[in-house]
Design a protein around this ligand. Structure first.
Ligand SMILES: [Zn+2]
Ligand SMILES: [Zn+2]
Length: 339
């Protein structure tokens, strides 16, 4: 039976092409989703360009998936067909390894890798997922609009709620793109004094409409000095994808401030004095697990936090991917599956 369609990459650097497939049957602890929408994320380039060694091809990218459970494997407990669910970067967790038992399921020792990278993802009409990777999706949320909350959303939401800042503290969101435009909304709704930092003034009015009370143009001002002039940041959510931009803002941390690095920029340098005299820290943050996704979705629904998206049909995944990679999309790109 070939009633499923998937957009596959057949080799590193290959183009996305449509492949008819048999509808997959879930085994063990897996479920099968009928996919409604899947966001297109910069991390999909790991699969498409083959930046990660040892990947198996062909592969279906996509880790911002919303769908409905169609069938469940014989060992699945707690989920049933008809439930609407999301799947993000995390491919699930075993619940019995040391990391899982210490509450660090994101680093599960048994279920490793990532959705759409080491196992097939959501650029498809159907997809298998481990039941532990599922997040419940509130009925009020639209699948296409909400799909990016499973990666861009959870990453910023979760970094913010673990950044150490409290209500009223000054939190800077550096970069107003796919991550940053969500980060500003989450920061404002989590009760922080939210400062948006970006190059130029183009996105200032948008940033303010999303909840930023202050704006720093990093072309005109040294962002570190500008943050110090405001008292120093209790946290900086660093979403930028450029290492010079990343290192230019570390000096804006205030006393006990933490910079949460969620943009991958490779190596960058830090002035140790800027950290030690303020007891400040630079910390990496992994997006989160399925229950973090569920919290993100519920918080977004309750506070009417929305992602700005450009929508493409599944079969135009290559164009959608190129649009996302161009950096020009406002702000996320989402694939909509045929009904
Ligand atoms: Zn992503
Ligand atoms: Zn585990």
């Amino acid at each position: 039976m070939t009633d499923a369609l998937a957009m596959i990459v057949d080799k590193p650097g290959g183009r996305l092409q449509m492949q008819p497939r048999a509808i997959p049957e879930p085994t063990g602890q897996e479920v099968r989703l009928r996919v409604h929408a899947c966001g297109v994320c910069h991390s999909d380039s790991l699969t498409v360009e083959g930046h990660m060694p040892g990947l198996a091809y062909p592969r279906v990218p996509g880790h911002e998936v919303i769908g409905t459970i169609e069938a469940i494997g014989p060992q699945v407990r707690g989920w049933k067909p008809g439930e609407r669910v999301g799947v993000g970067w995390s491919p699930g967790a075993c619940s019995y390894c040391g990391h899982c038992r210490h509450g660090d399921a994101f680093a599960c020792e048994n279920i490793r890798g990532a959705t759409g990278v080491t196992r097939d993802g959501g650029y498809a009409t159907h997809m298998l997922a481990h039941a532990s990777a599922l997040a419940r999706v509130p009925a009020e949320l639209d699948a296409v609009e909400s799909a990016p909350l499973l990666c861009a959303g959870i990453t910023t939401f979760n970094a913010l709620r673990h950044c150490g800042a409290g209500p009223g503290d000054l939190v800077a969101v550096h970069g107003i793109g796919g991550l940053g435009h969500l980060g500003i909304q989450f920061a404002a709704h989590q009760g922080f004094r939210t400062v948006a930092v970006n190059r130029g003034r183009d996105k200032e009015s948008l940033a303010r409409s999303l909840g930023a009370t202050d704006y720093i143009d990093s072309d005109k001002q040294d962002p570190a000095a500008a943050l110090q002039a405001l008292g120093g940041a209790r946290a900086i959510i660093a979403t930028v994808t450029n290492k010079e931009a990343m290192q230019s803002i570390v000096g804006g941390l205030g006393i006990n401030g933490t910079m949460m690095v969620i943009g991958a920029v490779g190596a960058f340098s830090i002035d140790s004095m800027a950290l030690l005299v303020r007891r400040a820290a630079v910390r990496g943050w992994y997006s989160g697990t399925s229950v973090d996704s569920e919290d993100t979705l519920r918080f977004s629904q309750r506070h009417k936090i929305a992602c700005m998206n450009e929508i493409y049909p599944l079969e135009e995944a290559q164009a959608a991917y190129e649009r996302m990679m161009s950096g020009k999309a406002r702000f996320r790109v989402v694939l909509k599956m045929p009904a």
